[in-house]
Design a protein around this ligand. Structure first.
Ligand code: C5P
Length: 222
Protein backbone atom coordinates (compact mmCIF):
# COMPACT_ATOMS: atom_id res chain seq x y z
CA UNK A 1 0.00 0.00 0.00
CA UNK A 2 0.83 3.64 -0.14
CA UNK A 3 2.54 5.42 2.73
CA UNK A 4 0.03 7.00 5.16
CA UNK A 5 -0.66 10.72 4.95
CA UNK A 6 -1.90 13.04 7.68
CA UNK A 7 -3.50 16.11 6.10
CA UNK A 8 -3.78 19.38 8.00
CA UNK A 9 -5.83 22.01 6.23
CA UNK A 10 -7.12 25.35 7.39
CA UNK A 11 -6.90 29.11 6.93
CA UNK A 12 -3.70 31.10 7.33
CA UNK A 13 -2.67 31.59 10.92
CA UNK A 14 -4.66 28.67 12.30
CA UNK A 15 -1.43 27.09 13.53
CA UNK A 16 -1.45 24.29 10.97
CA UNK A 17 2.15 24.92 9.90
CA UNK A 18 3.37 24.63 13.49
CA UNK A 19 1.28 21.54 14.17
CA UNK A 20 2.39 19.92 10.91
CA UNK A 21 6.06 20.44 11.74
CA UNK A 22 5.76 19.15 15.31
CA UNK A 23 3.75 16.16 14.15
CA UNK A 24 6.20 15.25 11.37
CA UNK A 25 9.08 15.42 13.88
CA UNK A 26 7.23 13.28 16.40
CA UNK A 27 6.25 10.62 13.84
CA UNK A 28 9.46 10.74 11.80
CA UNK A 29 7.36 11.53 8.71
CA UNK A 30 8.24 13.76 5.77
CA UNK A 31 6.63 17.20 5.67
CA UNK A 32 4.91 18.98 2.79
CA UNK A 33 4.25 22.69 3.26
CA UNK A 34 2.08 23.04 0.16
CA UNK A 35 1.57 26.77 0.73
CA UNK A 36 5.30 27.21 0.12
CA UNK A 37 4.81 25.89 -3.42
CA UNK A 38 2.21 28.58 -4.13
CA UNK A 39 4.42 31.18 -2.48
CA UNK A 40 7.41 30.08 -4.57
CA UNK A 41 5.31 30.27 -7.73
CA UNK A 42 4.22 33.78 -6.75
CA UNK A 43 7.77 34.88 -5.96
CA UNK A 44 9.11 33.47 -9.25
CA UNK A 45 6.34 35.35 -11.08
CA UNK A 46 7.02 38.62 -9.24
CA UNK A 47 10.76 38.25 -9.90
CA UNK A 48 10.09 37.76 -13.59
CA UNK A 49 7.65 40.69 -13.68
CA UNK A 50 4.87 38.44 -14.89
CA UNK A 51 1.37 39.89 -14.90
CA UNK A 52 -0.66 38.07 -12.21
CA UNK A 53 -3.56 37.93 -14.68
CA UNK A 54 -1.52 35.97 -17.25
CA UNK A 55 -2.80 32.52 -16.29
CA UNK A 56 -1.00 30.53 -19.00
CA UNK A 57 2.35 32.07 -18.14
CA UNK A 58 1.77 31.49 -14.40
CA UNK A 59 0.91 27.83 -15.00
CA UNK A 60 4.10 27.48 -17.01
CA UNK A 61 6.10 29.00 -14.14
CA UNK A 62 4.45 26.62 -11.66
CA UNK A 63 5.22 23.63 -13.89
CA UNK A 64 8.87 24.55 -14.34
CA UNK A 65 9.73 25.72 -10.82
CA UNK A 66 13.34 24.99 -9.96
CA UNK A 67 12.96 24.45 -6.24
CA UNK A 68 14.21 22.35 -3.41
CA UNK A 69 13.52 22.11 0.30
CA UNK A 70 16.75 21.92 2.27
CA UNK A 71 16.94 21.07 5.97
CA UNK A 72 19.41 23.21 7.90
CA UNK A 73 19.56 23.49 11.73
CA UNK A 74 16.20 21.78 12.08
CA UNK A 75 14.54 24.38 9.85
CA UNK A 76 13.26 23.74 6.34
CA UNK A 77 14.65 26.26 3.87
CA UNK A 78 12.87 26.96 0.58
CA UNK A 79 15.40 27.22 -2.22
CA UNK A 80 14.43 28.82 -5.55
CA UNK A 81 16.92 28.62 -8.40
CA UNK A 82 19.69 27.88 -5.91
CA UNK A 83 18.88 30.78 -3.61
CA UNK A 84 17.44 30.48 -0.09
CA UNK A 85 14.21 32.48 -0.30
CA UNK A 86 12.65 31.31 2.99
CA UNK A 87 12.28 34.87 4.19
CA UNK A 88 11.20 36.36 0.87
CA UNK A 89 8.27 34.00 0.47
CA UNK A 90 6.83 35.13 3.84
CA UNK A 91 6.63 38.79 2.82
CA UNK A 92 3.13 40.27 2.80
CA UNK A 93 3.22 41.07 -0.92
CA UNK A 94 4.20 37.49 -1.74
CA UNK A 95 1.41 36.18 0.52
CA UNK A 96 -1.12 38.25 -1.38
CA UNK A 97 0.27 37.22 -4.77
CA UNK A 98 0.30 33.56 -3.66
CA UNK A 99 -3.38 33.62 -2.85
CA UNK A 100 -4.04 35.11 -6.29
CA UNK A 101 -2.00 32.58 -8.27
CA UNK A 102 -3.50 29.78 -6.14
CA UNK A 103 -6.94 30.63 -7.49
CA UNK A 104 -5.87 29.69 -11.03
CA UNK A 105 -6.90 26.10 -11.89
CA UNK A 106 -3.99 25.58 -14.33
CA UNK A 107 -1.52 26.56 -11.62
CA UNK A 108 -3.07 24.08 -9.17
CA UNK A 109 -2.99 21.38 -11.82
CA UNK A 110 0.69 22.08 -12.53
CA UNK A 111 1.54 21.63 -8.83
CA UNK A 112 -0.59 18.55 -8.17
CA UNK A 113 1.85 15.74 -9.02
CA UNK A 114 4.74 17.58 -7.40
CA UNK A 115 2.78 17.54 -4.13
CA UNK A 116 1.87 13.85 -4.43
CA UNK A 117 5.54 13.01 -4.97
CA UNK A 118 6.23 13.97 -1.33
CA UNK A 119 4.40 10.83 -0.21
CA UNK A 120 6.99 8.28 0.89
CA UNK A 121 7.51 5.73 3.70
CA UNK A 122 7.14 5.83 6.62
CA UNK A 123 4.58 8.59 5.98
CA UNK A 124 3.82 12.21 5.20
CA UNK A 125 2.31 15.17 7.02
CA UNK A 126 0.87 17.60 4.45
CA UNK A 127 -0.42 21.05 5.34
CA UNK A 128 -2.40 23.44 3.16
CA UNK A 129 -5.92 24.18 2.03
CA UNK A 130 -6.90 21.19 -0.10
CA UNK A 131 -4.66 18.38 1.13
CA UNK A 132 -7.62 16.33 2.39
CA UNK A 133 -10.06 17.24 -0.38
CA UNK A 134 -7.99 17.16 -3.58
CA UNK A 135 -4.35 16.21 -3.21
CA UNK A 136 -4.59 13.24 -0.79
CA UNK A 137 -8.28 12.26 -0.73
CA UNK A 138 -7.36 8.78 0.57
CA UNK A 139 -5.43 10.06 3.64
CA UNK A 140 -6.34 8.05 6.76
CA UNK A 141 -6.19 11.11 9.03
CA UNK A 142 -7.57 14.49 7.94
CA UNK A 143 -7.56 17.50 10.21
CA UNK A 144 -9.18 20.85 9.54
CA UNK A 145 -7.71 23.42 11.91
CA UNK A 146 -9.45 26.75 12.41
CA UNK A 147 -9.30 29.77 14.72
CA UNK A 148 -11.14 33.08 14.67
CA UNK A 149 -9.76 35.71 12.27
CA UNK A 150 -9.05 38.03 15.23
CA UNK A 151 -7.01 35.36 17.01
CA UNK A 152 -5.09 34.54 13.83
CA UNK A 153 -4.29 38.21 13.18
CA UNK A 154 -3.12 38.57 16.79
CA UNK A 155 -0.81 35.56 16.47
CA UNK A 156 0.70 36.91 13.28
CA UNK A 157 1.10 40.30 14.94
CA UNK A 158 2.94 38.77 17.92
CA UNK A 159 5.14 36.74 15.60
CA UNK A 160 6.11 39.82 13.54
CA UNK A 161 6.73 41.89 16.67
CA UNK A 162 9.13 39.26 17.99
CA UNK A 163 11.00 39.58 14.71
CA UNK A 164 11.09 43.35 15.06
CA UNK A 165 8.72 43.95 12.14
CA UNK A 166 6.22 46.71 12.84
CA UNK A 167 2.76 46.37 11.32
CA UNK A 168 -0.75 47.35 12.28
CA UNK A 169 -3.05 44.73 13.73
CA UNK A 170 -5.91 46.18 11.71
CA UNK A 171 -4.01 45.78 8.43
CA UNK A 172 -3.18 42.19 9.32
CA UNK A 173 -6.80 41.44 10.11
CA UNK A 174 -7.87 42.95 6.80
CA UNK A 175 -5.25 40.93 4.91
CA UNK A 176 -6.33 37.73 6.64
CA UNK A 177 -9.98 38.39 5.81
CA UNK A 178 -9.13 39.13 2.17
CA UNK A 179 -7.14 35.91 1.86
CA UNK A 180 -9.78 33.82 3.65
CA UNK A 181 -12.36 35.24 1.32
CA UNK A 182 -10.32 34.40 -1.77
CA UNK A 183 -9.38 30.92 -0.49
CA UNK A 184 -12.95 30.00 0.44
CA UNK A 185 -14.74 31.44 -2.54
CA UNK A 186 -12.61 30.33 -5.46
CA UNK A 187 -13.94 27.55 -7.70
CA UNK A 188 -10.72 25.52 -7.88
CA UNK A 189 -10.22 23.56 -4.65
CA UNK A 190 -11.73 26.11 -2.28
CA UNK A 191 -10.72 26.02 1.37
CA UNK A 192 -13.20 23.68 3.04
CA UNK A 193 -13.01 20.67 5.36
CA UNK A 194 -13.11 17.26 3.64
CA UNK A 195 -16.28 15.34 4.45
CA UNK A 196 -14.24 12.93 6.57
CA UNK A 197 -12.06 15.58 8.25
CA UNK A 198 -11.94 16.16 11.99
CA UNK A 199 -12.47 19.87 12.64
CA UNK A 200 -10.43 21.37 15.49
CA UNK A 201 -10.72 24.98 16.65
CA UNK A 202 -7.51 26.38 18.14
CA UNK A 203 -8.90 29.78 19.16
CA UNK A 204 -8.94 28.92 22.85
CA UNK A 205 -6.69 25.89 23.14
CA UNK A 206 -2.90 25.76 23.07
CA UNK A 207 -0.65 24.17 20.48
CA UNK A 208 0.16 21.25 22.79
CA UNK A 209 -3.48 20.33 23.25
CA UNK A 210 -4.06 20.45 19.50
CA UNK A 211 -0.98 18.31 18.91
CA UNK A 212 -2.16 15.74 21.48
CA UNK A 213 -5.57 15.46 19.84
CA UNK A 214 -4.00 14.91 16.44
CA UNK A 215 -1.58 12.32 17.83
CA UNK A 216 -4.49 10.43 19.41
CA UNK A 217 -6.19 10.28 16.02
CA UNK A 218 -3.02 9.11 14.31
CA UNK A 219 -2.54 6.30 16.82
CA UNK A 220 -6.16 5.30 16.44
CA UNK A 221 -6.13 5.15 12.66
CA UNK A 222 -2.60 4.42 11.42
O1 C5P B 1 -0.38 28.23 3.85
P1 C5P B 1 0.17 29.49 3.27
O2 C5P B 1 -0.38 30.74 3.87
O3 C5P B 1 1.67 29.50 3.24
O4 C5P B 1 -0.29 29.47 1.73
C1 C5P B 1 -0.09 30.57 0.88
C2 C5P B 1 -1.26 30.70 -0.08
O5 C5P B 1 -1.29 29.57 -0.96
C3 C5P B 1 -2.62 30.72 0.61
O6 C5P B 1 -3.10 32.03 0.80
C4 C5P B 1 -3.53 29.95 -0.31
O7 C5P B 1 -4.21 30.83 -1.17
C5 C5P B 1 -2.61 29.11 -1.16
N1 C5P B 1 -2.68 27.68 -0.88
C6 C5P B 1 -3.59 26.93 -1.57
N2 C5P B 1 -3.63 25.59 -1.41
C7 C5P B 1 -2.79 24.97 -0.57
C8 C5P B 1 -1.86 25.73 0.17
C9 C5P B 1 -1.83 27.09 0.00
O8 C5P B 1 -4.38 27.47 -2.33
N3 C5P B 1 -2.83 23.66 -0.45
Amino acid sequence: GKAPVVTIDGPSGSGKGTIAKLLADKLGYALLDSGALYRLTALAALNADVDLADEARLAEIAGNLDIRFAVANGEVAAVLEGKDVSRDIRMERVSMAASKVAAIPAVREALLQRQRDFRSPPGLVADGRDMGTTVFPDAPVKIFLTASAEERAQRRFDQLQRRGVSVSLRDLLEDIRARDDRDMNRTASPLAPAEDAVVLDSTDIGINDVLQKVLDLVHERI
